[in-house]
Ligand binder design. Structure first.
Ligand SMILES: [Zn+2]
Length: 282
């Protein structure tokens, strides 16, 4: 049984990769110069974590050093969406883990960068439950979020509970979108203007509710198209443990195109597998 499952996965991953990669070239045009450059991180951990959605401290510092050496500047979301420069970058910290406060924040300050924090309101100061791995990771508490906000980090809503929003009833959905905005605004004493869909999952109904709630834009995991920007489904590129500065360079340069397609497709596959955490959640 184990053997059958192993063979299935060994064959499935390259097949998913190849079909997705070919499909990417059929569907996507050459990325527009104005497409927001967004790199995203989850946790910083020096011990292995299942799923690969972490980076070591040294690896993270190398990425940030690369940005500094190549004269990239972090900007706020509004600037990135309205008048981006090709050396502008947004650095996202998905789920606002405590390790970001303890490991990434000092490095960001050292090199003069700010970023975007995406806390999940009901998990503030608590242990994670949806991202199944070897260890349980803690999320930042209110004081840590506030301190990062006061140091120029932008705080955006990542819902109340990090659930698949497509599966919720209308009242639950509205709470995830509207209440999270209100509660975060109370914590940081500033307006929360952007939303990020849990697991990058959304549909037109969810998009509509996010617009109605007064958000100026929303983020997903990937761009549906690379030639025009959908301000309520803006894609990102997540940096994984397998990534090097070369991957970062390709993501930021958006060329050569076949390698950029590879980066995009790699992210889609890892994201697809990470969604199993919804399925296996008991
Ligand atoms: Zn998340």
């Amino acid at each position: 049984m184990v053997l059958i499952i192993s063979v299935y996965f060994i064959l499935l991953i390259p097949m998913l990769y190849l079909t997705g990669w070919l499909y990417w070239f059929v569907k996507h045009k050459k990325p527009s110069k104005n497409m927001p450059r967004i790199i995203s991180f989850h946790k910083i951990s020096d011990s292995p974590e299942l799923g690969g959605t972490f980076n070591t401290t040294k690896q993270f510092e190398n990425f940030i050093k690369f940005l500094r050496k190549n004269k990239y500047e972090s900007v706020n979301i509004y600037k990135m969406l309205t008048k981006p420069d090709k050396k502008n970058v947004l650095i996202f910290f998905d789920d606002a883990y405590e390790s970001i406060y303890s490991h990434a924040f000092p490095i960001m300050k050292k090199y003069g960068y700010t970023g975007v924090l995406c806390p999940v309101v009901n998990y503030i100061g608590k242990n994670n439950t949806w991202d199944r791995g070897i260890n349980r990771f803690k999320h930042m508490n209110e004081e840590q979020i506030k301190e990062m906000s006061e140091n120029g980090f932008e705080i955006i809503s990542h819902s109340m509970n990090h659930r698949d929003l497509r599966k919720l009833k209308k009242t639950e959905l509205l709470k995830e979108i509207n209440e999270s905005k209100k509660q975060l605004e109370k914590i940081i004493g500033k307006r929360v203007e952007y939303f990020i869909y849990p697991f990058g999952l959304y549909n037109d109904n969810i998009k509509g509710k996010v617009m109605k709630a007064g958000y100026r834009g929303a983020f997903s995991s990937h761009n549906e198209r690379n030639d025009i920007i959908d301000f309520f489904a803006i894609g990102r590129n997540t940096m994984y443990i397998i990534d090097t500065n070369f991957d970062l360079k390709v993501i930021l340069d958006r060329e050569p195109l076949f390698l950029f397609g590879h980066e995009d497709q790699k992210g889609r596959i890892i994201n697809w597998f990470s969604r199993f955490s919804i399925v296996i959640k008991i």
